[in-house]
Design a protein around this ligand. Structure first.
Ligand SMILES: *Cc1c(COP(=O)(O)O)cnc(C)c1O
Length: 335
């Protein structure tokens, strides 16, 4: 069905701001840079998952479910936003998290607990591998769980980013602006799949460049192939006639560094630079890495001054605090 007909539950504040980063453009002697502020989606310190959750929670409520269950890493932004969404519409929430319970919860994990989520620790498994088993035990206890997939990335969640493209095209036309490229962190693929479908549905003429964040994000399937399948499944479900091929999907995987959640010079430098030139906070796991990639591409001459690049800020800032040590290291020496 068309995406406007899908059940949707309002959770965030939209449209999110679209801002111009003129000081960063000047500092990098680069293309014009815009930023879409999805760190300001309004629910529980913001982030891109709020867009997906409006459709996922809409579906859960339409199906008469009483519990949301999802999983991720201990500092998962997706889990924190899901816990808040559950609280906001009166559902219970179970989170299946990688790692062990720390003595004092920090960052996103602290917020999960404030929102009243029940946490199941699963050690090495950080992608919700035990969700089916926990959902089954909730069912035998008489609950009606709704499984929110890893990262909220299925065709329902991706609809949130189809809608996001509609929002963006309105903002751009109101400002009389256009963009040639959109750069963003890509990890479970729903954001990129939704943007891909939305771009073709709303005729947005620009290149999408996903910066890969997590090497093993899609299991055995290469990540670009995973996003491609999700984009085509989303288009089919939402009755968008276009289908996509590998050439429609750019995923840059050269910025993976030491792996998921590991802060290196690339992320550290990007976070300090954007904070100090624009007063805007990025996050250590996703947007710091994606912005590091954008800065590197600008420094290597991939964009000219005639280009207009939109960086989609996907959130994640609550994870800054548990990463304090990694963010300060080496930076004092540089200044
Ligand atoms: C989940 C997340 C992403 C990646 O979005 P996907 O749809 O999973 O690819 C990017 N940035 C932040 C801050 C996130 O929490």
């Amino acid at each position: 069905m068309p995406y406007e007909s899908l059940p949707r539950y309002s959770l965030g504040f939209f449209p999110t701001p679209l801002v111009k980063l003129t000081r960063l453009t000047e500092r990098l002697s680069g293309p014009r840079i815009f930023m879409k502020r999805d760190d300001q989606t309004g629910l529980a310190l913001g982030g891109n998952k709020v867009r997906k959750l409006e459709f996922l929670v809409g579906e859960a409520l339409a199906n008469g479910c009483d519990t949301l269950i999802t999983g991720g890493a201990a500092q998962s932004n997706h889990c924190r936003q899901t816990a808040a969404a559950a609280a906001a519409c009166g559902l219970s929430c179970h989170l299946v998290l990688g790692g062990q319970a720390p003595s004092i919860p920090e960052g996103n994990l602290l917020l999960d607990q404030l929102f009243g989520a029940v946490i199941h620790w699963t050690g090495e498994l950080r992608k919700g591998e035990r969700i089916p088993e926990i959902a089954e035990s909730l069912r035998s206890a008489g609950r009606k769980p709704y499984v929110v997939p890893y990262g909220g990335s299925n065709t329902t969640g991706a609809a949130g980013f189809v809608e996001a493209v509609r929002e963006l095209t309105h903002q751009l036309s109101r400002l009389g602006e256009s963009v040639t490229h959109i750069v963003f962190a890509s990890s479970s693929g729903g954001t990129q799949a939704g943007l891909t479908v939305g771009r073709s549905l709303f005729g947005l003429n620009c290149q999408l460049i996903g910066i890969g964040i997590d090497k093993g994000a899609s299991g055995d399937v290469p990540f670009a192939e995973h996003v491609l399948r999700l984009a085509n499944a989303t288009a089919e479900r939402l009755r968008v006639s276009d289908r996509f091929s590998a050439s429609d999907l750019a995923v840059r995987e050269e910025y993976l560094g030491d792996g998921y959640g590991k802060v290196g010079d690339l992320e550290r430098h990007a976070i300090h630079l954007v904070a100090q030139t624009e007063g805007i906070l990025l996050d250590p796991v996703y947007t710091g890495r994606a912005m590091g990639g954008l800065i590197d591409m600008i420094e290597h001459g991939e964009f000219s001054r005639e280009h207009s690049v939109l960086f989609w800020h996907t959130g994640g800032t609550p994870a800054l605090f548990p990463y304090a040590r990694d963010l300060i290291e080496g930076e004092s020496a540089r200044r």
